[in-house]
Every structure is written in structure tokens, then in C-alpha cells.
Design a protein around this ligand. Sequence first.
Ligand code: DGJ
Length: 701
Amino acid sequence: MRALPPSVVYDPARRLWLLTTPASRYLLREDPDGSPRHVAWGSHEATEAVAAAEAVAAPTIASSFDGDGAADELGIETGARFGPAGLQIRFADGTRGAQWAGAGHGIDGGHLVIRLRDRRYPLRAELHYRVRPDTDVIERWTVLANDGQEPITVGRADSAAWSVPLLTDYRMSHLVGGWNHEFQLRRSQVPVAETGFTSRRGLTSHHANPWLAIDDGTAEEDRGSVWSTALAWSGSWRITLHRDPADRLTWTGGLGHEGLSWTLGPGQTFDTPVFAGLHTGDGFGGASRAWHDYLRRHVIPTPQEDRPVVYNSWEATGFTVDEAGQLRLAEAAARLGVELFVLDDGWFGGRRDDTAGLGDWRPYPGAFPRGLGPLVQKVHQLGMRFGLWVEPEMVNADSDLYREHPDWVVHTPNRDPTELRHQLMLDYGREDVARWAHRWLDQLVREHGIDFLKWDANRAVTDAGRPGHPDPDRLWIDHTRAVYRIMDQLRADHPRLRIEACAGGGGRADAGILARTDQVWTSDNTDPVDRLAIQHGFGMFFPPEVMAAWVTDSPNIATGRSTPLRFRFHVSMAGAFGLGGKLTEWTPEELAEAAELIAVYKRIRRVVQHGVLYRPATDGCTAAVHYASADGDEHVIIAWRVETGFGQRRPVARLTALDPAAEYHDVDRDARLSGAVARTGLALDLPAGDYASTLVHLRRV
Ligand code: DGJ
């Protein structure tokens, strides 16, 4: 890697901007018609020739049915452009699309702003780029401004369009799934077509995540060029990948799904969320390490903090919570070494099941006749922090809140409302509703000394409307922004408060929500076997310390599968560890093993939660993760083999992140290990049988 200072440089002769990160470069130019066009993105070496050339070769037009094929930095609808447009607008007189004239640019350190104005209409746009000295991630976003007297209708306002160089082929890696099976990694060839990735659910969604990686089909875990992007937005979104018949690949992405339109009023400006991208030559592993590092340095609010060992009551008690029962669980949890006790759903209003009570955020007197105070106090006395489940955006029709404010919910007049999990969604785009939510949350945290909120959202948005509102589709944007604002305000006013992002598990996980939360409830599925795939996909983008992972009872409530305690622990120890079982029914042997493994987790957690994640190659039957401390002195390897079979190869993991010249001390086995040998294959002492697992903790000698 050439040590070029990360920077933005403008070359006026070629009207070319050069953005340089530690290991990559991004080039774009201003077209004679004023449009910013993509030139190159890749390693320093790969972009060297373009950067050094006297002139940037202008693409040519193939026929009267084509444009020149140059990729726009933000696709527009005018001229000979036929790909998906990231900016789709209509002026009051019916004219569609923007036609740009350059209006200068600004460079402030690593921040480039390219200013554009429409040639005939009072519309301005700014394309923003930010590069930093400590990451290869380039952040991009767009700002639109209506300087006129008339409204502009916006169908799409994407954050950015990304393009990769011509490759021999294109493969996409993305994350799909559903409730209880989020973050399933899929890899397939990119078809010559427009491929849409989207959420129309008003949440990031369990079904698709706005993270994507592109390679030429040959990249591997530790080698090969990978381009990856991620949208920092927690509502509906769309990313459209376009491989055209000339074999060029671009993708445009931003908030909102297709079919929505909203107004940019006179004098208004609109900022899109960040759509970040990176190039690495170090394969899929290099890409996820670069994302983890970027999120830690620039997004997550508390990256240096150790995530506490959590106990959460949900799988143990469901909605049947009361002071005495929770106290028993809290005492059992404290004895095991738990540091944060979280009271889940069921503590408020008339909430005895999921049909009633959402919206009435005062303790249910039948369960907590003395309020929450005594339980919070006792949990604190037991030496744990106290966390509480809330679902602030939702309401049951059977609630005092709904009876009082039926107009507060998202709904369309003359359309039947859809209840999902018996609940409706509040319209936080209304100032009064958002203010109400902030007020009770603030009061709850303040009055009870609450240390942690698990902020849940258990339904998708449907029938979205705002009776009487002139711009009903703004709801899709304003709601998410209000959630961000409330979380930001709570954090600012309660600096010790930590928040977990949850939407029926991992339905709202993205870089937008991560900027104001400390961890994500990865999935409601706590079956350790299913979790291996979920955690593998999650780790493509998200670092381990935000991956909340509980050990629950066996058989598992989602799958009915029985697994050994040790296997369940080893799966959860790969992230932000927690417990969620009926501890009061565990045997003394199980409790003793649990306490011992929690002590091990505390010993290794700094490496797991703050280290660098590798996914070592194994014998093929075993899955493994390897965390290396930033200084390379400490290593944790966790390996799992789900099924055993006669004649399987000897389980090994190739630990290429170890120093070949170093010797390591295997802490739990009190043995010495050579880095050179372990790089070629560490023999894993997996016990016989299915659901085998092991953990290795190494310290450089
Ligand atoms: C969905 C969450 O993901 C669960 O962990 C639990 O909090 C339930 N909601 C409670 O209703």
C-alpha cells in the first residue's frame, strides 16, 4: 500500500477530483454539461494510470439509442440517460428532471462538496464526499434546496450512485431473510438487468439489509477486490443495481421505496442519509474488517466500552412478569456474574399479552403494585444495571392512549387499518406525538434511574397516510428522523443511558440506528445452530460488540432443537454475550457451568468486543471465528461443529492472523503454540458428537 495522505484534490485542467484514502482512490470529473461523472474507484495501483493520464478519456456514444454510458454520480432523468435515476423530480409546471450547471465546489480537509444548480429552475444540489485518514470508507450524501416560490415534487432523492470498473464478471453478496432468520448471506452473479434491493416496511427490515458487496466472482475471504456499500437509514429504502448490456455496473441508493412522492417546499432543503462505500483488495474478510473499524471510529457512540453481560427476561417469563418473579431471576442472574438485568415486555398498562396495553407506559399495578422503583433498586443493590423494554412507536387499539388519541396512528382515511401483532403505529412525523414520546421516555429514565432501554418495534408500516396532511408520504421519512431525534436527545440528556436497537430481533439494524444505539438485538431466534448463519451474515457489516447474543433454554423455543449448554455459550460468546433462559429452573450443574463460562467470557471479552475479526479457513465441517487484539498480542478462537460424521477430517482452523515468528500461550490448556504452525492449521479439540464447540485463548509469549 502506498502511503499517500488521505485527501481531496481538484485538477482544474482536467476538471477532475481525486479522493484518496489509505488504500483506495476515487476519481470523478465534471462533464462539459456540468454533470459530475464517475471515473474510477479502486486500489492506488489500479487507479494510477487514470490519475496520471493527461486527459480522462471520454466515453463514446454507441448508437442513437444510447447515451455515452458514463456513470452519473447521482443519476438524473434528462438527456440520453436510460439507467435508474437517483434523483426523480417534477417542477410545478410539469417539467421532469434536473439539468445541471456546475456551481463550483468546496474542499475542506477530506470533505468535498460539489455544487450544482439547475439551468432553468431554482433547484440546487450538493453532492458531498468525505474521506478520512483512518479508513477506506468514503461517505457520500446529497443535499437538495428549493430556492423558488413553487413546490418541487420529489419521487426519489438518493444519497449517491456508485460504480465499479469494468470487470470480467460481477457477483453480489447481500443479506436476506425474515423474522427469526435475518442476515442470511447470499452470493450470486449479477444479472444483466436492474436488480432492486428494498424495504417497503418503514424499517430497515429483516428481509433485506442495505449492505452490499460486489466482486468479479473470484474474491475470497482473504484476497481479491471487493467493493462494498451500506446505507445509513432505518426506514424504507431502495438500492438499484444496474448491470447494463455493455457490462457496466452502477448502483444508486437512498431512503424511501418506489412509488412514494413528497414535496420539497419553497425555501426548503433536504439532506439525504449517508451512503458509504469502500474498496479493499483483501477479500470479504478485508471488507468486513474495514466496515467494523469504520463503524467503531466514526459511527457507534461508545466503541471503547465493554458491553455488559446481559440477562433478559423475555424467553423466561414472556408477558407474565411481576416484581417477585423478576427479582428471583435477577438474584439468579447476579450469582452468575450478570452485569445488566433487562425487564422485557409485559410490565406496563394492561399488558398481559400482545393484544393490549401498548401506549400506556406506566407500570401495571397487578404486577408492580409498588411501581418499578423497588425492583430497580434491588437490581442496583445486586450490583447490576437495570434495563427496560419499551416499544415507543406502537400502540394497541386496546389501550387508553388509543382511546384518547385515535388520530395519532398512521392510517389512510377510507382504507381499513391493518393491525399486525394487534398493534398500530404512531405517527412520529406529528410534532405533538413525537413530543409526547420523548416526554414519557425522558421521565421514565429520569425517575427510575434506568441504565438501558431495549427499544423495540414489532410491526411493519402499512396503509401509511396522514389524514388532512398535504404531504402524506413525508411520513416515511419524518417518522424515522423523529426516532433518531428522540434517541439522540435521550442520550444527550442521560449520558449514562445505553440503548439496544430491536425490531422483533434484527429488523432495524443499519449504520443510521447504530449512530445512536450501543447494540442490536440480532434476532429473536436464539437457537445456536440457526444463530451461526445469522451471526455470520451480521458480521459482514456489523462488529461483534453490537451483536447481542443470548444463551437460552434447551430445547429452543423457536426450533425445538436441544443443544448442550457449552455449545450455546460458545455461540453467544462470539458477540455481546447475554442470557435469556429460565435460570430458576437450571440445575446446579448447569448454573455452575454457566458461571464458569461467564467468567471466561469476561476474560476474553475485550478481544471479542474490540478486536479484529477473522473468519479462518477450516476443515470444512467446522465454522470458526478468530478475534485478534489490536496490538496482535491476544487472540480468541471459537469453533463449532454442528454435525459429526465418521471419517470427517481432523478439525483444524488456519489462523493466518497469528504472527509466524511468535510463540503463544494457550491460556486454558496451559500449552505453548507456535504461530507458524497454527497458521497452517491449529488442531481443534472438539469433543465427539454433534454440537461440539471449543474456545482457544492465546497470549503472545
Ligand atoms: C420482540 C423482541 O425481539 C423480543 O426480544 C421481545 O422483546 C419481544 N418483542 C417482546 O414483545
